[in-house]
Design a protein around this ligand. Sequence first.
Ligand SMILES: [Zn+2]
Length: 239
Amino acid sequence: MKKFPFLAMLAVHSKLGPIVIDAPFGHEGPQNAGFLANGALSLLGPKFNPKWSIIERIRQVGYRSADVDNVLITHLHFDHTGGMKELAHAKFFIHAPEWKYATSEEAGLSQGFSKQDYQALGDVNAFDLPKEKDLFGDGSVCAIDLRGHSPGQVGYRFKLTNGDEVIHVGDAAYGVEQITGDAPFGKMSKVTSYNYDQAIASLQALRQIASENPDTMWVTSHDYDLGSRCENGPVSLLE
Ligand SMILES: [Zn+2]
């Protein structure tokens, strides 16, 4: 049986140091999803391994959590937020409509949000997006509007110093083949969408970027192949 992965990513900025993208697990694992969801998850996947927690993963790449000043969040579903409070010293970048919805009365565990993960953060940059936004003003990371899966889902487009490009799309696609190949969007994408029409439009936008930039490397939060490669420790996308 394939194991459904919850992936985080770390990018190293030449001036800002390590930047973390999403924080799926804290040291308590998926307990943030509540007793029922946690029970369902434990049936679906392997028992939580503390080595998967975000602080431990950052350490495995050679940094301390205190070195992380910036965290980019693709969206605030519980499987992306469990470790956020363990990085609460950092600045969090979150698309404004996502932040607004996720902190509203309406959002709760039945919509996929675990408010305890993010309600006590000190420094949240809830940014607006015309279309793309250069987050650090140097062209290194742009946020892209990919709403649909959630009210303010975004992707992050990284320009590496060697000219390569990596785009992390969160849950705007469940596998890279949905963007670069002809894999269908699928039932999973449909049942988990906040707004399915918007989700389809966001996927089309990604396919357009892929067709114009065939060398771009793509990351999705639940990619099976990448997940199985990361099970025993972080891997480099550049190898
Ligand atoms: Zn999600």
